[in-house]
Design a protein around this ligand. Structure first.
Ligand code: GDP
Ligand code: CA
Length: 311
């Protein structure tokens, strides 16, 4: 069976690793998020794509959930000594990825091809797809005006209240044919338990991708990133609240209404089942906190089997 996963960074990578370890790995395609991309020190950094790549290649720093295992930060130290702002954490080995990516982009090569080649070089053997080759930048409006994603997320540690989110250039961006094909050819589309607004929202801001997801004839299932109204990691519930949304699995269901058939929620959120079903979304209740490799494989196999009705 062919499964296409929409994925952000850390939550996306957990779902991707679970599917990659399951018997569904052969037909697996992953559409990642490029809304967090930003230039640092003249280099193009693509944090969510790198998190997927390093996770699937088993090179990720497991404690942090991003960056490369065993990496050092001499380059950053050197830059700091030169008086450069170094709040964006970039490891020495990690810099190699950014240098390589930037050089090829400057030669005019397709970002999709570059991402594929970096994935292969890292030992990834599932298809990693960018939603678009164009630049789409997630930006957040706070009391102090508009911020770039990394300014908000890393420099300010998600402290300011988010009043508005925009996906800059999404209307002009052209969906990659690989992304459209992954959606049209899938037997099942899964939305990872990623930040709905910052990660999945940035992918679906590209009109042709959202339209294709809506037009599908196969099941689409999302896994809630919120458990008991809280994110496992990151600002999801904080942002949903400041944007005036309900910050729990029901709020997630509202956000994905019209895009999914089923929402997978945690056992502790079972009391929300009837309200979610009233939105026309089926509910599957299970343990959705993925702490170990076994948790990832178990949950993702369960989700796939639920839709594909095979055992
Ligand atoms: P980011 O780009 O690194 O911020 O990562 P994502 O957008 O892919 O994922 C962030 C979301 O993943 C957060 O809202 C977390 O609540 C969610 N998340 C992380 N780990 C888990 C998990 O084990 N289970 C579930 N259900 N959600 C998780
Ligand atoms: Ca991210």
């Amino acid at each position: 069976a062919k499964i296409t996963l929409l994925a952000g960074g850390v939550g996306g990578a957990k779902a991707a690793e679970g599917l990659n370890a399951s018997r569904y790995r052969d037909g697996l395609s992953i559409i990642g998020n490029i809304g967090d991309d930003q230039a640092f020190h003249g280099l193009w950094v693509s944090p969510d794509i790198d998190t997927l790549t390093y996770s699937l290649g088993d090179r990720i720093n497991r404690e942090q959930g991003w960056g490369l295992a065993g990496d050092t930060c001499q380059v950053l130290n050197g830059l700091q000594q030169l008086g450069v702002d170094t709040w964006m954490q970039l490891g020495d080995l990690d810099f190699a990825t950014h240098i390589y990516r930037t050089e090829r982009r400057q030669r005019g090569e397709r970002p999709q091809q570059i991402a594929e080649d970096i994935a292969v070089a890292n030992g990834v053997n599932v298809s990693l797809i960018l939603p678009t080759d164009d630049v789409v930048a997630t930006r957040l409006r706070t009391q102090d005006g508009w911020l770039s994603f990394q300014d908000y997320f890393v420099r300010l540690r998600c402290a300011p209240d988010v009043l508005e989110v925009e996906y800059h250039n999404a209307e002009q961006a052209k969906a990659n044919p690989e992304a459209l094909a992954a959606l049209t050819q899938a037997d099942l589309i899964i939305i990872a338990p990623s930040n709905p607004i910052l990660s999945i929202g940035a992918i679906l801001a590209i009109d042709d991708l959202r339209t294709q997801l809506k037009a599908r004839t196969v099941p689409a299932i999302a896994i809630s990133p919120l458990i008991g109204g809280q994110a496992v990691k990151g600002p999801a519930e904080k942002i949903m609240t400041s944007l005036g949304m309900r910050a729990d699995a029901l709020g997630i269901a509202h956000y994905y209404q019209g895009l999914i058939d089923t929402l997978v929620i945690d056992s502790c959120d079972q009391h929300l089942q009837a309200d979610i079903e009233a939105l026309g979304i089926q509910v599957h209740v299970t343990n959705i906190w993925m702490k170990t490799p076994q948790d990832k494989e178990r949950l993702m196999s369960e989700v796939a089997e639920l839709a594909l009705q095979t055992t």
